[in-house]
Design a protein around this ligand. Structure first.
Ligand code: GDP
Length: 364
């Protein structure tokens, strides 16, 4: 599955947001830095009305949404990459994620201490980005040293790694994150394997005051401009409101959202923004037992999509019986779609489309 790491300076609302995400009180929020010490992991269901519709049509007993994993990563302060703060654990955890949700304090509240003594989300974003860039530079330098002998020995892989690491280092030393490096098609895989932190996509989460959830404020407006400049994702939410919403039952939630002038809960927007940022899509498997949603990257071919369900399905892939979501609904289900000629037999090179209802035939 896909994993998003939640980062941010202490006291910006990470724990509050994480509580809302996981609907537990496990990550106890408290008004002092370093409250979040252990990395906490939560799985969040992707809201998708199409899945409910499919289950209804097929009479599926169970509905299994697809999920995104959120990791609440311990607080980061200036100098964390030097092993001050909670640096090393932080860096180890963040390396494993697909994207970074960067929570920025956009709420004014004199009762909540800001580690830098002011509310300035754009400056906060820079503090963290700088720390992550330093961490990347340090890890690159170590890795380059470790590669010296292999490179001398003519090891092709090591030579490629060295070349890529050097291009990343050059960008970082010029004050640019590693994601600014243009990578040739042939190098993409090796580049990803380097797991540099500043190559990860960033989603800024503007945590605004309770009465600003629908409108945002001057601080979140600045972050939106920053995100546009950087090609990062951005959502405006109030972590406190989300925490309250997460404790209500669905009908109460709807009423509460309407009172606040919100079309959709912030967490739903957050997960959707994560999908968009990572270019993720959903395909479905539908039967009488269960209707289930699965996550893939845009451009995934049928065998690899099958592999998300089970490795054997990918290895023994024969073909995929495929019905587009709209056809499935319009024809009243699989049988109707089949009769209308809307069920396609797709082979190994088929690129799965968002909303496809799939049935994999395999030899395993
Ligand atoms: P973390 O250190 O980033 O995990 O921050 P916490 O989630 O523990 O939040 C720090 C403090 O800020 C807590 O007292 C929260 O209740 C408070 N807080 C979080 N979000 C908001 C918000 O939207 N408005 C206000 N006024 N306080 C908030």
């Amino acid at each position: 599955g896909f994993k998003v790491g939640i980062v941010g300076l202490p006291n910006v609302g990470k724990s509050t947001l994480f509580n809302a995400l996981t609907r537990t009180a496990a990550a106890q929020a408290a008004n002092f830095p370093f409250c979040t010490i252990e990395p906490n992991v939560g799985e969040v269901a992707m809201p998708d009305p199409r899945l409910d519709r499919l289950a209804e049509i097929a009479g599926s007993k169970e509905i299994v949404p697809t999920r995104m994993t959120f990791v609440d990563i311990a607080g980061l302060v200036k100098g964390a990459s030097k092993g001050e703060g909670l640096g090393n654990q932080f860096l180890a955890n963040i390396r494993e994620t697909d994207a970074i949700a960067h929570v920025l304090r956009c709420f004014e509240d004199g009762d909540v201490t800001h580690v830098e003594g002011r509310v300035d989300p754009v400056a906060d974003a820079e503090v963290i980005e700088t720390e992550l860039m330093i961490a990347d530079m340090e890890s690159i330098e170590k890795r380059l040293q470790n590669l010296v002998r292999k490179v001398r020995g003519g090891d092709k892989e090591a030579i490629q790694q060295e070349r890529l690491l050097k291009s990343a280092l050059e960008a970082l030393e010029a004050g640019r994150p590693a994601r600014s490096v243009e990578v040739a098609e042939d190098d993409r895989k090796a580049w990803r394997a380097l797991q540099l932190i500043t190559t990860k996509k960033v989603l800024y989460v503007c945590n605004v005051g309770e009465d600003e959830a629908a409108t945002g404020n001057q601080h979140s407006a600045k972050v939106e401009r920053l995100a546009a400049e950087q090609g990062a994702g951005v959502v405006v939410i109030s972590a406190r409101i989300e925490e309250e919403i997460s404790q209500l039952d669905p009908e109460e939630q709807a009423v509460f959202l309407e009172e606040l002038g919100l079309a959709e809960a912030g967490l739903d927007r957050l997960i959707k923004a994560g999908y968009k940022l990572l270019h993720l899509e959903t395909f479905f498997t539908v039967g009488p037992k269960e209707a289930r949603a699965w996550t893939i990257r845009e451009g995934t071919r049928a065998p690899q999509a099958a592999g998300v369900i089970h490795g054997d399905f990918e290895r023994g892939f024969i073909r995929a019986e495929t019905i587009a979501y709209d056809d499935f609904v319009a024809c009243g289900g699989e049988q109707g779609a089949k009769e209308a000629g809307k069920m396609r037999a797709e082979g190994k090179s088929y690129v799965v489309q968002d909303g496809d209802v799939m049935h994999f035939l395999h030899s395993n």
